[in-house]
Design a protein around this ligand. Structure first.
Ligand code: F0G
Length: 446
């Protein structure tokens, strides 16, 4: 295999390798792939990253919250100091992806979750250009799409991926097809896909059905898939924990908490931490906590042994994949569909489940669930601090609260919760506040 970067199957018993310009999102046996790098980056880069973050010289790749870490995701194998090369290869929304993202203290959230304000950090990813964390990974996935000369990108989406893909595609002047579960995505997300000129394909089914159809169509019609099973999406999303860690002076927190849907975030956080630890850039491994919605709890059910009493684990690369199949068969036989008002994470078959399990094993992670009303409270208390987030992001707050109550997270632990997207379902806060029974409701005066 030539060069520094290549693709490798995540299954240690398979381990198939492919060149970096391969268009497969999976190995030929259908396993997920990792982007791998042969070289170990020099820790002195930490200083360069910090400097780039402060510079204001109109270099968009230094302003970008993704590309200022470009040495850690240099799958294009460019000279990262050469701005002309950066401009030729790296896809960016004028440096805006990840630029506004850093962890904040939010006093009302810490009071609500009962942890000291100094110990709780929340990182809003909704301030990305398309309004969600997806822009981090879309910058890198579309960079790879451009690198291999793709003319059309394709995704299935609960709304944020399609908004992000549409925005990047319009910027790059390439086509974009988005597969949407009809009637099941927030209006603000659907309108973004139209606004950015994506070709919408309405699927009469849920996200899992839309993903299946989009993968088939991409294969048969030369489309480049930009869902999170694409390993290049994962590379860009590694910068979410990078920014949190950098802000904390690379002192790893005890916990990083995410809502769980297709588990791209869990996978990318896990990969980022595995690499940083292997390079000696962090001395401690934060634990990942994944919060499923109660109504879409595949990972939680399997991880916590709620299905057939076996606790599904990565098991050093030998997970019991039959158990996953049996769980999906059970969902089909019983006609169980994922159901939550937090439509972003209304997902029954998390495509990255195996990478997610690997991340949980490496970080000694935890999985739990939050109800719709808990997620709405979480979303609303974030709002009371003057920050915007959507209902699925409220899962991070709800999960932190629950895990503190259960004493899984300790009161003196340092916790970073990721707020994955901004509000795109305009009526949710209106309905929440008009119901005086809701914990944080401020009903209108009439
Ligand atoms: N939060 C938000 C706001 C999301 O849009 C998503 C996923 C998640 C959390 C879950 O993240 O999949 O990495 O576990 N949205 C996808 C979409 C599925 O199509 O926009 P994950």
């Amino acid at each position: 295999m030539q060069g520094d970067a290549f693709l490798k199957c995540i299954d240690p018993n398979c381990g198939l390798e492919y060149p970096i310009n391969s268009t497969n999102v999976q190995c030929e046996k259908g396993h997920l792939l990792d982007v791998k790098y042969k070289r170990t980056p020099n820790e002195k880069l930490k200083e360069i990253f910090a400097h780039r973050g402060m510079m204001d010289e109109g270099v968009i790749f230094n302003e970008s919250g993704v590309w200022r870490f470009r040495e850690l995701l240099n799958f294009c194998e460019i000279d990262t100091e050469n701005i002309e090369q950066c401009s030729k290869f790296l896809v960016s929304l004028d440096g805006a992806e990840g630029r506004q993202s850093k962890p904040y203290h939010m006093t009302k959230v810490s009071a609500f979750t009962e942890i000291s304000n100094d110990n709780l950090w929340l990182q809003p990813e909704g301030y990305n250009p398309s309004g969600s964390f997806k822009d981090n990974g879309m910058a890198s996935a579309v960079t790879h799409a451009k690198m291999i000369g793709a003319e059309k990108i394709v995704c299935a989406s609960t709304g944020n991926t399609s908004a992000s893909a549409g925005m990047f595609a319009a910027n790059e002047g390439i086509q974009c097809d988005v597969y949407i579960p009809s009637g099941q995505i927030a209006p603000g997300k659907l309108s973004q896909a139209y606004q950015f000129g994506a070709q919408i394909v309405e699927i009469n089914g849920n996200f899992d059905d839309a993903l299946k159809q989009s993968l088939d169509d991409a294969k048969n019609h030369n489309g480049y898939t930009v869902n999170s099973i694409n390993p290049f999406r994962i590379e860009g999303q590694k910068t979410i924990p990078y920014r949190a860690l950098e802000y904390l002076k690379w002192e790893a927190p005890d916990w990083i908490v995410y809502p769980g849907g297709a588990l791209g975030n869990t996978s990318s956080c896990g990969k980022a931490l595995m690499e940083l630890y292997e390079w000696g850039w962090i001395k401690k491994i934060p634990r990942i906590a994944v919060i499923n919605s109660e109504g879409a709890s595949t990972l939680s059910d399997l991880y916590n042994g709620k299905f057939q009493e076996e606790e599904l684990r990565w098991n050093k690369g030998k997970p019991n994949t039959d158990l996953i199949k049996q769980y999906y068969d059970h969902l089909d036989q019983e006609g169980i569909k994922p159901k939550t008002k937090a439509t972003a994470i209304q997902i029954g078959r998390p495509a990255n489940i195996l990478k997610g399990l690997r991340a949980l094993e490496f970080t000694n992670g935890i999985v739990t669930t939050a109800s719709d009303s808990e997620m709405l409270d979480g979303m609303s208390v974030v709002g009371l601090n003057g920050f915007d987030c959507e209902m699925a992001s409220g899962a991070s707050v709800a999960g932190i609260k629950k895990l503190l109550e259960q004493e899984i997270i300790k009161r003196d632990d340092v916790v970073v919760g990721i707020l994955t997207g901004r509000q795109k379902d305009a009526m949710l806060p209106v309905d929440y506040h008009n119901n005086p029974k809701n914990r944080f409701a401020i009903p209108p005066k009439i």
